[in-house]
Design a protein around this ligand. Structure first.
Ligand SMILES: [Zn+2]
Length: 271
């Protein structure tokens, strides 16, 4: 499933090709995505220029003078830059053709992705308005997590993965960040000190930035049909390493489930 780093890498990969370009044609082969693609999407978009390609959480936002295209990759979606005459393959559901001959193609085998349109200020859009803070912005601080977590009896891992609190900290990144910060994933969110939340915030930023940096090496995948951004192969401390020795103290890592999600931690290093 594309996580925040993959979405950010997608943004970095496609924006040089479509930012400032005018949409010439929109082809919807399959409107039945997670939510229906607007039936009049072509009429809405033709002759509009994409002023910028932004990201909010895992939503990509193509801003135009009339409104915003909101794209979510769902479980299996991808966006690819191709020559405009490239034949469509299975699961190539939507094409945006630009006047510079660029084709932006949305492929999604499982169709949990979405392509939506709003003329409202995009931050007011119902899917976006309640999202928590962006983890890579300076407003995401230890103080923020400390304040948000008071009187919360949920585990710190569930708290960190709650998109009403902070967006884009998926399961792998939550596991890694808690290990890096030395925090036991089952600890109660409301009982963690501000200093420890500061360490956690640093770890979250580091693990996400590392993933985005590694994703940079896959940017060429956006301009050919063969590559798939997929998961980034990165050095992981705990995720996928249950029963293997902790890289710090050699204690075997333990695997449990929290909210039905695989959780791996070091019983010695994480308190
Ligand atoms: Zn350890």
């Amino acid at each position: 499933m594309p996580e925040l780093p993959e979405v950010e890498t997608t943004r970095l990969g496609i924006s040089p090709h479509i930012q400032g370009q005018t949409i010439q044609e929109v082809i919807v082969r399959e409107p039945r995505l997670r939510w229906p693609v607007p039936a009049n999407l072509k009429d809405l978009l033709v002759n509009l220029k994409v002023d910028s390609v932004e990201r909010r959480g895992k939503y990509l936002l193509f801003a135009t003078s009339k409104g915003t295209v909101i794209v979510h990759l769902g479980m299996s979606g991808s966006l690819r830059i191709l020559p405009a005459d490239k034949a469509a393959l299975k699961h190539d559901h939507v094409d945006f053709v630009f006047n510079n001959g660029t084709l932006l193609r949305f492929n999604d085998p499982r169709r949990f992705g979405s392509i939506l349109w709003t003329t409202d200020p995009v931050e007011q859009y119902h899917l976006l308005k309640d999202l928590g803070v962006e983890p890579l912005l300076t407003i995401f601080t230890g103080h923020y997590l400390y304040q948000k977590s008071r009187r919360k009896s949920t585990t710190v891992k569930s708290f960190l993965m709650d998109s009403d609190v902070v967006v884009g900290v998926g399961n792998i990144y939550a596991n890694e960040a808690l290990y890096m910060a030395g925090i036991h994933p089952q600890r109660q969110a409301g009982k963690i000190s501000q200093a420890r939340y500061e360490a956690l915030v640093s770890a979250v930023k580091e693990v996400l930035q590392n993933a985005i940096r590694q994703g940079g090496t896959t940017l060429r995948n956006f301009v050919n049909e063969a590559g798939n951004p997929g998961y980034f192969k990165q050095q992981l401390y705990v995720y996928g390493r249950a029963d293997m020795p902790c890289k710090n103290c050699l204690t075997p890592l333990k695997e449990i489930r929290i909210n039905n999600r695989t959780t791996v931690f070091c019983p010695h290093c994480q308190k």
